[in-house]
Design a protein around this ligand. Structure first.
Ligand SMILES: [Zn+2]
Length: 168
């Protein structure tokens, strides 16, 4: 399956669909090596997906993908979620700095929120790399735990510690 034709496909504005391709001939193995990353951009979201990898070049491909990711992060995009072959990026609105929204605990209002995540060993860099951030969050202040625990507040709102739940 090839994705080359997708590059020339007309997609209505403002969606951008682009294939980043890196290809070379490996003489010692007598074969063509191809890596391809599909980038889809929407007004507020962008995705980077590894869509083509020659067998045995998975580490090269992961580095190629993170290289493109690094370019987007340098442009101001924010990493929303990550997995081995797929990244989701969000663009901050122009009048809002990335730190304008802060996650707080939906139960007690504390900002001492931690998220579960998983890390994958990257043999190319010899380091653990963040692979995915899970929905489940934990509040270090009230010790609540759950998928719906995180609430985002704007920077002006000071997180106030409430003593009790208003309902229940
Ligand atoms: Zn809490």
């Amino acid at each position: 399956m090839t994705y080359k034709t997708a590059d020339n496909r007309t997609v209505p504005e403002p969606v951008l669909r682009q294939i980043h391709q890196y290809s070379f001939y490996k003489t010692s193995e007598n074969r063509q090596v191809t890596l391809a990353v599909l980038e889809i951009r929407q007004p507020t979201l962008a995705t980077l997906s590894l869509v083509e990898v020659t067998d045995g070049y998975e580490i090269f491909a992961a580095e190629y993908l993170t290289g493109i990711l690094a370019m987007r992060l340098a442009e101001g995009w924010i990493l929303n979620s990550a997995s081995e072959r797929h990244y989701v990026l969000a663009v901050p609105s122009l009048d809002e700095s990335p730190s304008a929204a802060m996650p707080i605990c939906a139960r007690c209002g504390s900002n001492r929120i931690v998220r579960d995540a998983c890390a994958r060993w990257n043999s190319a860099t010899g380091r653990w790399a963040l692979a995915d951030v899970h929905d489940c969050a934990f509040c270090e202040a009230c010790e609540s735990e759950g998928d719906d625990l995180v609430r985002l507040v704007s920077g002006e709102e000071t997180p106030a510690v409430r003593t009790a739940e208003p309902d229940q």
